[in-house]
Write a protein that binds this ligand. Sequence first.
Ligand SMILES: [Zn+2]
Length: 264
Amino acid sequence: MASGPVHPAYGAVSALRKLASAAIDLVWPPRSLLSDVLVDAPGRIEPALWAELRFLGPPWCARCGFPFETPLAPGAWCAACLAAPPPFDWACAALAYDDHARRLVLEMKRQGRRDGLPTFAAWMRAAAGPALAAADVLVPVPLHWTRLARRGFNQAAWLAQALAKAPGSAAQRPVLLEGLVRHRMRRSQAGLSATGRRRNAAGAYAAPERARAALEGRRVVLIDDVYTTGATLAACARALRRAGAAEIGALTLARVVRPVAVAI
Ligand SMILES: [Zn+2]
């Protein structure tokens, strides 16, 4: 490959960057995402804890991503989805929400820790596979502006931005940070029952008029940190559907997986 002369300042800047990075490593050497153990690069986890992570994958419900205990035909739906199909077309998560996944999420959400984002994006990409690759636009689940102001960031937006860049390609999938807005906040979803969460989330999200052109007829993937009961993602999916989205997926880092009682 032909290359022109390198500006002398470039070498100096590059050397300074390397020095700064080494200095940061001296002050904060990379530590595991799950413990205080030092690791060789940011975003890593020591092998013993890595082995304990519970990654999700097929066989799972083709509609909501709920893992099946026994293999079923690809495309099968769980009993809950058969009884009441959710408003999104598909959902899946990279990890089961256990103590390890909880720590990963809380360190990101409460401590503002960002070094795990490339790793989380790789896991989420692997979980969603071609469905994510086919997406036209990513929309993070929004926070109410008062919560965003208090926290200073939206972890769902961080995840969406980490997912925007396809590995090995310069192409960037668009992230519509304000594809949805949370225009009403009654209370936090934490501590509410499934019915309470559904009521609390219903009608709380909307696609603003200025986002409609980017959503209409598009394949949209909602991004969030945790799928708990699906109430938030369902409310967001309804708002996207009202805005004309053609297909709506929901991709999360983790998902609460526990047996659900369904009357048949
Ligand atoms: Zn399902």
